[in-house]
Design a binder for this molecule. Structure first.
Ligand SMILES: *Cc1c(COP(=O)(O)O)cnc(C)c1O
Length: 369
């Protein structure tokens, strides 16, 4: 073997890649199981709207053509729905791409990005990949604590990331939390409100981050079609921001950073409000069922407003995760988040949740607390 010594920065050397939920096909290959359920990546158990699938299929006939990189039609649909101007919208293949675009936009030597302990893992990973330094603010009871973010701000800070609700904890912050924080923060620092689970939240005090941009133009809202809209595999996310920020993001984005089937599916998904309502109704009913069942099993969990719940097993989660895999149930251990006793589980259909709960009970009894 030829000895290859390419030179990379200290940031890249520190980078540990993201560990996604185990794909169903991989577990099939490993264990030869057939009846597998995946409750590991906060995917939508009902799938996308049938109208979205049809729109994507129709668009496939034209994939010899490059997509409309400016996504005129989807921007038009979103601007009507959100009551914003098209010049406030940036689209990309998933909101993770927008996180990268924002970090890239602000990149300069010594740049620091602030996120939260127990916050979404992609913020530090993408920061390191862009040669910025991620700084973790202390959390409180597993939730983001914005006053602690302020302690991490210095002259090198370029952007702060708030996942609201947060993944992997399911916790959330209020409008007043945002206002107090944004008032205290110098407004050359951008604030990203990553709202991947926005559609699931019903709390009145949940922030209207798009409206808050009028008062705090350094605030950016990120949303995605991957979760409630069930289009994770097609990759489509969007940012709503001040036109000046949007202009800069659109200048640095790759010209064809989205694809036509995804754009057409997203437009159809936005129109199919009945399907979205079905998804949300199922989720709310199943959240009630799952947390009630967990309480009956004597298990504690972090209260969640999303489509997943994080269980505190009060013992190492890894053996339980492994035992569930043997039974064809994929969940998500949280070692990478420094939460070795927690297991994150996505809410599935009622039958899937029942199967998970039975297997969990059985497994805990076997392994012993
Ligand atoms: C799932 C998730 C995303 C991203 O999703 P995309 O599929 O890239 O749009 C972003 N932020 C958080 C907090 C998430 O949980």
């Amino acid at each position: 073997m030829i000895n290859l010594k390419i030179q990379v920065s200290e940031q890249i050397q520190r980078l540990k890649p993201y560990i996604p939920g185990k794909p169903i096909a991989e577990l099939k290959r490993e264990l030869g199981l057939t009846d597998i359920i995946k409750l590991a990546s906060n995917e939508n158990p009902l799938g996308p709207s049938p109208l979205a699938i049809a729109a994507a299929r129709d668009a496939l006939a034209e994939v010899n053509l490059y997509p409309d990189g400016s996504a005129f039609l989807l921007k038009q649909a979103l601007s009507q729905k959100l009551n914003v101007n098209s010049n406030q919208l940036t689209l990309a293949s998933g909101s993770e791409s927008l996180i990268q675009l924002i970090i890239q936009l602000l990149m300069r030597p010594q740049a620091e990005n602030v996120y939260s302990e127990y916050g979404f893992a992609m913020y530090p990973i993408i920061s390191l990949g862009c040669h910025a330094t991620p700084v973790a603010a202390k959390s409180r009871d597993y939730a983001h604590h914005l006053p602690a973010y302020l302690d991490c701000i210095n002259a090198n800070t370029t952007v702060v990331f708030i996942a609201n609700p947060n993944n992997p904890t399911g916790t959330w912050l209020t409008q007043q939390d945002y206002i107090d924080f944004l008032e205290a923060l110098p407004n050359h620092i951008l604030v990203v409100s990553d709202e991947a689970y926005f559609e699931y939240v019903t709390a009145k005090e949940y922030p209207d981050s798009i409206a808050l941009q009028q008062r705090f133009p350094n605030l950016i809202t990120l949303r995605t079609f991957s979760k409630a809209y069930g289009l994770a595999g097609l990759r489509m996310g969007y940012a709503v921001a001040h036109p000046e920020i949007t202009d800069l993001l659109n200048r640095i984005k790759l010209p064809f950073n989205i694809n036509t089937p995804a754009e057409m599916a997203a437009i159809a998904a936005l129109q199919d409000t009945a399907h979205l309502q079905k998804v949300l109704d199922l989720n709310h009913a199943e959240m009630k069922f799952v947390v009630k069942s967990l309480a009956e099993l004597g298990l504690s969990f972090i209260p969640s407003v999303t489509n997943f719940v994080t269980i505190d097993l009060q013992q190492a989660a890894m053996p339980i995760y492994q035992a569930l895999l043997q039974q064809g149930i994929i969940t998500r251990p949280l070692m990478a988040y420094n939460m070795p006793n927690h297991l994150r589980v996505t809410l599935g259909t009622h039958a899937q949740n029942q199967r998970f709960l039975q297997a969990l009970q059985h497994t805990i009894a076997q392994i012993g607390a």
